[in-house]
Design a protein around this ligand. Structure first.
Ligand code: GDP
Length: 895
């Protein structure tokens, strides 16, 4: 074969190759074999090596096409190829012969067969891959991917080939003739590859993929085997360059990767499929649950999508809310909420409570709406609905008697009570329950709140005014308007309660009702007789004069007020008084303001609740029900509620508990707040005390009834003076508990126990913490004691502070100063001007002051232990060797 011929062949081959590739689409068909190795690696081996062997110009180029199209021209050269593989190699053999090839006919046949098989298997494998367990969708996706990749790969390869070919061209030119001569079998090899389906088909179904790799490898190994050493050097360069390295340069690793991917994927799919199959059998409950959860979430997502809008929730936010609860209310994941909080710089765990402001930010962040509510909302709906006009029926007026001390309030209340028709019938046995009702001969009734008019009850009176329809202002005709009269007027006006003036003690010689009327003018009370609209009645409580007129005036006023209530509903009202009764437990006097209270109903009274076990009227008679404006004593509460607080009947215990828990929580918070505030004040107070600026006696008052507690508060506060203040930091009803002791301890307070005792735990804690509990049953004794305490506090405590000891070693007699003791300080220090005691055999023989303290000849301020010094005592000369001088300082500690 001539050089020129060779060259033209080479050109032809080279020019044809792209076409072959182009039409290939599949690498194998394109005249290359994909070799699969372990670990998903693969390699493409150019089958065109065959062309090199096939020296026949045109067939060499046509060869690659053969597998796909099996063109006739190519085949014409290799009729034998159609037949069993053996004859095919037989033909090229003579061609290779000149090259001194060691390739035997069998080898060549095997090689060709293997190549063909590999190609076939590859095609099959792909097919299998495609029809694998993948879902149709995924397959479609993969196909698209594959196509895209193939396209890219193809383009890259073409490009790379162009490059490679350009480079290789010169080399190839030089080698072409020689190579062409050496590879006559190439076309033949290609042809059988296509025309030899039999061996492949004969293979077992499972075989294709794996055997393909070794086969291909074998093929590779065979290749060099068929060449000379020198060719081995050249040929691989020639052969591989256009193919293998090129793609690497073109589309980086794309083809290899793709192939590898395919392998890997198929491998993975198989494994997954295997695992899944296994999973079907051994799937754990947790995984099933997870699966369900996923499905549920998916469904939720679908739902949201189908709705087209995100669900915006109205998130109800109380004053505080735990992170978990907040997440629940937003239907969000707790951890997402925690994360969102973190972003805001709030480190909170899922169980922690956050305030409403923070929570609101989070809710907004999650795109929901906020509805802020207060804990107090628990009380919403507690009070029933508004009554309609038709349901309202007239009710008796509730009257509170106010006035200055000693103007006759108690007397008037008593007198009115005795005017009661019913009480007269019952033999006048009355019982103080804080309120009573008077029945008039006309059948009308008037309810009086029997709150004694002592100044101690100012607070109660103010609360009483809230439950009061009419205030009867008692003014002594002989005394006129006094400070508490004015105070009462203010209270009544603030509460917008009409006033009826009862000018009392008109039986007194110095009585001057007109003076009272005139004085009232200054306080904007204009009585009718002076052209105003305030009724006034001249009465005498003592002589029971004009009491009926007073009652008439009250009824008249009530008529003007049109007092009405619906008796046919759940009862509501106010606590008038409460106390702890030894035998009956907590007892509260309530004034029903609306509805009717029945025995057995569940009431919430302030921070207490209970089922009404029994009800007693102001005569101590048991009653089954109490309508509007009726005061009754109720038994069965869990504790003594605070006077002035509202009570209401609720449907069930749970509601009652809910409300009282909330209220008690509020109470505790208030106490804690007071305590905290106290601590701050205490520190300031202590500072002031140390500076001698202020002193304070703090008290925790516990009494059997609210009234006493308040009275004590007023009385003891009066005991204080400019220097020492008395402050009641807490006042309450009931036995002394540990929390009272703790409060007292925290505030350095004294506990005043009025008609109550401490429980065992409180007693124990008090003795442990050194808290003083003082028991009383007479109010003025409390005042006396506190007064003593206040005075005791005024006297500062003088405390001695030990400084040191000095031992007299020698006594000198100095003319001017008298006796001087040469001492050695054995302990502590000796200070000039400090107090001294001279101890002789541990007996104090002198107590006085140091007049001189010297070190050698110099006066010094102090001498420490281990030094010698000279001491002289003011006005004392009897010093002896061996005496011990005790030095001390006195401190004045403000009490
Ligand atoms: P309170 O402090 O306002 O409750 O006044 P009291 O009811 O305790 O009365 C004080 C004093 O005034 C008592 O000694 C009563 O006897 C006396 N007192 C009350 N009302 C009258 C009255 O109408 N005439 C006379 N002469 N004395 C009265």
């Amino acid at each position: 074969m001539s050089d020129g011929n060779d060259q033209s062949e080479t050109k032809g081959r080279l020019s044809l190759r792209p076409a072959a590739r182009g039409d290939a689409g599949h690498t194998v068909d394109a005249g290359s074999v994909r070799q699969s190795f372990s670990h998903g690696r693969s390699k493409v081996v150019q089958v065109e090596v065959r062309k090199k062997r096939g020296p026949g110009a045109a067939p060499a180029g046509a060869a690659p096409q053969a597998p796909s199209s099996a063109p006739a021209p190519a085949l014409s050269l290799k009729p034998a190829a159609e037949r069993p593989a053996a004859p095919a190699p037989a033909r090229p053999r003579p061609a290779t012969g000149p090259g001194g090839r060691t390739l035997t006919a069998a080898e060549l046949a095997t090689r060709q067969r293997v190549l063909a098989e590999a190609a076939q298997r590859e095609a099959e494998r792909r097919e299998q891959e495609k029809i694998s367990i993948l879902s149709a969708a995924e397959e479609a996706r993969r196909k698209a991917e594959e196509e895209a990749r193939l396209k890219a790969e193809e383009e890259a390869r073409q490009q790379a080939e162009e490059e490679a070919r350009a480079k290789a061209e010169e080399e190839a030119k030089a080698q072409a003739a020689q190579e062409a001569a050496m590879k006559p079998a190439a076309p033949a090899a290609a042809a059988p590859a296509a025309a030899k389906p039999a061996p492949v088909a004969a293979r077992p179904a499972g075989a294709p993929v794996r055997p393909a790799a070794p086969a291909a490898r074998e093929t590779l190994q065979l290749k060099p085997g068929g060449r000379t050493a020198e060719e081995e050097e050249e040929a691989p360069r020639n052969v591989r360059r256009p193919v293998t390295p090129a793609p690497k340069r073109g589309v980086p690793v794309a083809p290899a990767k793709k192939i590898g991917d395919g392998n890997r994927r198929s491998g993975r799919i198989d494994v997954q499929a295997a695992i899944e199959g296994e999973d079907e059998k051994t799937r754990s409950l947790a995984s099933v649950r997870r699966q369900r959860e996923r499905e549920r979430r998916q469904a939720e997502l679908e739902r949201l999508r189908s709705d087209g809008v995100k669900v915006v929730r109205e998130v109800v936010l109380p004053e505080t809310i735990t992170v978990q609860e907040l997440a629940n209310r937003m239907a969000a994941q707790g951890r997402d909420v925690v994360r969102a909080l973190m972003k805001m710089g709030v480190m909170a765990t899922i169980t922690q409570a956050i305030d409403a402001d923070t929570a609101e930010l989070i809710v907004n962040e999650f795109g929901h709406k906020v509805r802020r509510v207060s804990d107090a909302d628990v009380e919403i709906g507690l009070e029933g609905e508004e009554d309609t006009e038709a349901e309202l029926l007239p009710r008796p007026p509730v009257v509170t008697i106010m006035g200055h001390v000693d103007h006759g309030k108690t007397s008037l209340l008593d007198a009115l009570r005795h005017a009661n028709v019913a009480s007269g019938e019952a033999g006048g046995i009355t019982q103080h329950i804080g309120a009573y009702q008077v029945s008039l001969p006309s059948g009308d009734k008037v309810t009086f709140l029997d709150t004694p008019g002592h100044e101690a009850f100012t607070a109660m009176r103010a609360r009483g005014a809230a439950a009061t329809d009419i205030v009867v202002l008692v003014v002594a005709a002989d005394d006129g308007v006094m400070p508490q009269t004015i105070e009462a007027i203010k209270h009544a006006k603030a509460a917008e309660v009409p006033i009826i003036v009862a000018i009392n003690k008109i039986d007194r010689p110095g009585a001057d009702p007109n003076r009272v009327r005139n004085e009232l003018l200054q306080h904007e009370i204009v009585v009718e007789s002076m052209g105003g609209d305030t009724m006034d009645v001249e009465v005498s409580a003592l002589k029971k004069l004009n009491l009926d007129k007073l009652l008439e005036a009250i009824l008249l006023q009530a008529e003007v007020l049109e007092l009405r209530a619906n008796p046919d509903r759940a009862a509501e009202g106010a606590i008038i008084e409460s106390r702890l009764d030894k035998g009956r437990g907590p007892v509260a006097t309530v004034l029903v303001q609306k509805g009717t209270l029945h025995q057995g109903e569940i009431v919430v009274a302030g921070a207490q609740w209970g089922r009404v076990r029994a009800m007693l009227d102001d005569m101590g008679q048991p009653v089954k029900e109490a309508g509007p404006s009726v005061p009754v004593e109720i038994l069965g509460l869990s504790g003594a509620p605070t006077a002035g607080e509202p009570f209401v009947v609720v449907d069930n215990e749970q509601r009652a508990r809910e409300i009282t828990e909330y209220r008690q929580q509020k109470l505790r918070e208030r106490q804690v707040a007071a305590q905290t505030a106290m601590r701050g004040t205490m520190e300031e107070m202590l500072a002031r005390i140390q500076a001698g600026a202020q002193k304070e006696v703090a008290l925790v008052v516990k009494a059997d009834v609210q009234g006493s507690a308040e009275a004590i508060g007023v009385v003891v506060t009066k005991v204080g003076n400019e220097e020492v203040r008395v402050r009641v930091i807490y006042s309450g009803v009931g036995q002394i508990t540990e929390s009272d002791v703790q409060l007292a301890k925290a505030s350095d307070a004294l506990i005043v126990a009025f008609n109550v005792r401490a429980n065992a735990q409180a007693r124990e804690l008090a003795s442990r913490e050194g808290v003083d509990i003082r028991y009383y049953s007479i109010i003025y004794e409390v005042a006396d004691d506190i007064e003593k305490l206040v005075k005791g506090k005024l006297a500062p405590i003088v405390r001695e502070k030990f400084l040191g000891y000095a031992e007299i070693r020698q006594v000198f007699n100095i003319t001017k100063t008298g006796k001087v003791a040469g001492c050695y300080v054995t302990e502590g220090v000796v200070k000039r001007g400090c107090g001294v005691r001279l101890l002789r055999d541990n007996v104090v023989i002198h107590q006085g002051e140091l007049s001189q303290l010297k070190r050698f000849k110099d006066d010094v301020k102090e001498v420490a232990r281990g030094y010698e010094c000279g001491l002289s005592f003011a006005g004392f000369q009897d010093l002896r060797e061996g005496d011990v001088v005790e030095c001390y300082e006195t401190e004045i500690i403000p009490a």
